[in-house]
Write a protein that binds this ligand. Structure first.
Ligand SMILES: *Cc1c(COP(=O)(O)O)cnc(C)c1O
Length: 419
């Protein structure tokens, strides 16, 4: 007989702990190093998380809460929503997306999700099958790695080239794929890199994916958050070359990440997703997961149709201003290089030049010492897949950004290597 008290048939899902450097783990480590240093009385400056509501100047348009209040007061939206989403919300999102596409999307191509986060969860679960792998950008967005690990989908990383404005290294992409590769992910505008892909580059990505026989998951949670010279172009423009699954959200462009409204849109004029069963699978998966609240969905048509351009214009100006401040201060810090001025999304990557610093071993060490000595919290590059880089959020209170950058500068000069 087995010793009953020692034997259990269950155990934790190892996939859930696959990442050795989780964002939340690193965050608590940095917070600990601040509180362990009793001599440091500097107020905390967090440049680590991308939540635009941290910037008091970034506030949503009154159109949004008005639409939600109207929907909540109506008795029509107390019911369960259809699992694929409310028809009016699907139609409004299809129209909103179609205005940037060479063809009209049908509401049947749109599925409502609990933020962009649930969209990622759904897509990866739908594509996962034993032996399959997915190509993710490096640096990237850690939720993809976490969800892929959770559904046992193998992950392979292709490089983004900082010297070429963080474009996809197409050779590295092609070299990774095999007959078990099901999809690639592109994040545009990019968190964490802050670049916006050109039309020409997106076309090349589409052609490469076509050649490999894989679909493209285009994370466009930052759609239209483009404040440099490259305009935002959706990947769906090339959906006649390769089938595209677009992930969208109200969180970032409308500055309401807590409202948890996102969507999946399948862009696929040749109906490949229909033929391969992917679309049916998305619908089946939606039947077994939770949906965004009905009244929130009911507010979507008003939010998308009534928000005026001034609102977006003002926010883009604010982000451009933050990018300018950040880029100018970076140039004054010898040990940090920002290879590409941020032109979209709400974060940027900077490289640590170890030839110019002493007594710091890597990006994590940089962040721990910076937290301990200056109470500034940054995300080390390892958490987004790029060791010895740093990710900095630009969607913060502008006074925090300036204060944080000036302390980073003082810190870097203190650790500068004399030549
Ligand atoms: C914020 C973000 C998401 C998640 O979107 P939510 O709507 O907040 O769930 C997905 N992808 C990227 C690249 C993001 O920055």
């Amino acid at each position: 007989m087995d010793n009953g008290s020692e034997r259990w048939n269950f155990q934790g899902n190892k996939g859930l702990n696959a990442s050795t450097v989780s964002v939340s783990g690193v965050y608590s480590m940095l917070m600990d190093s601040i509180s362990n240093n009793v001599d440091n009385k500097k107020p905390l400056v967090r440049l680590c998380r991308v939540d635009p509501t941290d910037n008091p100047l970034l506030r949503t348009t009154h159109v949004a809460p008005d639409a939600v209040a109207t929907a909540a007061h109506s008795i029509n939206f107390n019911c369960y929503p259809p699992t694929v989403g409310l028809p009016d919300a699907k139609r409004a999102i299809a129209n909103y997306l179609s205005s940037d596409l060479p063809y009209q999307l049908s509401p049947d191509n749109v599925f409502l999700t609990v933020g962009g986060t649930q969209a990622i969860d759904i897509i990866l679960h739908v594509l996962a099958r034993p032996g399959a792998n997915i190509l993710l950008p490096r640096p990237g967005y850690p939720l993809y790695d976490a969800h892929a690990a959770c559904c046992l989908l193998e992950v392979r990383y292709f490089d983004l080239s900082p010297e070429r404005g963080w474009e996809v290294d197409l050779h590295s992409l092609e070299a990774l794929a095999d007959e078990n590769t099901v999809a690639m992910v592109i994040i545009n505008p990019s968190n964490p890199c802050g670049n916006v892909c050109t039309l020409q580059h997106l076309k090349k990505v589409a052609e490469t994916a076509r050649k490999l026989g894989i679909c493209v998951i285009s994370d466009e949670v930052y759609a239209h958050v483009a404040f440099g010279s490259n305009p935002f172009v959706p990947m769906g423009v090339f959906a006649s070359i390769v089938p595209v699954i677009t992930i969208g959200s109200l969180s970032k462009r409308w500055l309401v990440p807590g409202w948890r409204i996102g969507w999946i849109a399948t862009m696929d004029p040749h109906e490949i997703f229909q033929k391969t069963g992917i679309k049916t699978n998305i619908i089946s998966y939606l039947e077994i997961t939770s949906d965004p609240p009905t009244f929130m969905q009911a507010a979507i048509p008003q939010i998308l149709e009534r928000t005026n351009d001034d609102f977006h214009f003002k926010n883009l100006n604010m982000m451009r201003e933050a990018a300018n401040i950040f880029y100018d201060v970076c140039k004054e810090i010898p040990c940090l290089t920002c290879p590409h001025k941020p032109e979209g999304a709400m974060a940027a990557m900077v490289k640590i030049n170890f030839s110019k610093v002493k007594d710091i071993v890597d990006d994590l060490d940089f962040c721990v010492k910076l937290a301990k000595e200056e109470s500034v919290i940054l995300l080390p590059g390892v958490t987004v897949g790029l060791k010895n880089w740093l990710r900095i959020s630009l969607a913060v209170d502008p006074s925090d950004l300036e204060e944080g950058l000036s302390r980073m500068k003082a810190f870097s000069l203190r650790y500068a290597k004399m030549s």
